[in-house]
Ligand binder design. Structure first.
Ligand code: SAM
Length: 236
């Protein structure tokens, strides 16, 4: 059983997701108490992709969100460095390039795309897992066209302290226990809890987006801040 630690060594992270790929989407629904669908709908709305646009869905995993962007007519590159996640995604869609979604292997820290390629770039529940968040943000900016947009959907923090503490208890105690019933690799879900607790809050992530060169940065809380949607624009 593979699990990553908070140093997020790329080989450990990729191996962990290879390991859980087959049950990944099922577990998302269970552990989020069904909220994941609403989070994805909000992300699709924020990306606001339209017909003819080229969208990068980075750390796309099995391409669950990528499919929703493509359903609006955009062409979507679903990029990830876990071969296992990409394979499950391609299998479910009947091929590695089908119905507007093309699965591509690639590392967020060295994106295999030319400068200013995409109309919009987005990453859902992926940024928290990369070893160098600031480098990944700079890479996202590099491949975005001038005037293009970035949308980050990531677990975050509930701004009301007492609620955040209760949520922290769910993360550290209940979540791995529930995961144990559904997957042989419950250790991966202990990593999930730890990495959420250690993740920067909403204003701190916004500051890092700005430091990476995005402008008009703003965010919106979903489920009281359990998840936050950050967005920004590449200004020049
Ligand atoms: C929690 S999953 C999210 C998958 C998908 N975006 C979703 O919303 O279901 C995190 C994904 O990030 C990918 N990932 C983590 N670090 C990465 C990196 N440096 N480059 C590319 N993908 C990465 C993992 O392989 C995994 O598929």
């Amino acid at each position: 059983m593979k699990r990553a630690d908070l140093d997020k060594q790329p080989t450990d992270v990729a191996a962990m997701f290879d390991d859980i790929a087959a049950r990944y989407d099922l577990l998302n629904g269970v552990l989020s108490l069904g909220q994941d669908r609403a989070w994805r709908r909000a992300t699709v709305k924020a990306v606001d992709a339209y017909s003819g646009e080229l969208v990068l869905d980075l750390a796309a995993g099995t391409g669950t969100s990528s499919a929703s962007f493509a359903a609006r007519g955009a062409r979507v590159i679903a990029c990830d460095f876990s071969q296992g996640m990409l394979e499950v995604g391609a299998q479910r869609r009947g091929g590695a390039s089908r119905r507007g979604v093309t699965f591509v292997g690639g590392d967020a820290l060295h994106l295999p795309f030319a400068d200013e390629t995409f109309d919009a770039v987005t990453i859902s529940f992926g940024l928290r897992n990369v070893a160098d968040v600031d480098l990944a943000l700079r890479e996202l900016r590099r491949v975005t066209k001038v005037g293009g947009r970035v949308v980050i959907c990531e677990f975050s923090h509930i701004p009301v302290e007492v609620l955040d503490r209760i949520y922290g208890r769910y993360l550290m105690a209940a979540l791995p226990t529930i995961a144990r019933r559904f997957t042989a690799n419950s250790e991966a879900y202990a990593y999930l809890s730890e990495s959420i607790m250690a993740w920067p809050d909403q204003p701190a992530l916004a500051a890092r987006l700005q430091a990476a060169g995005f402008s008009r940065v703003a965010w919106r809380n979903l489920t009281m801040g359990v998840v936050a949607l950050h967005r920004g624009v590449r200004g020049d």
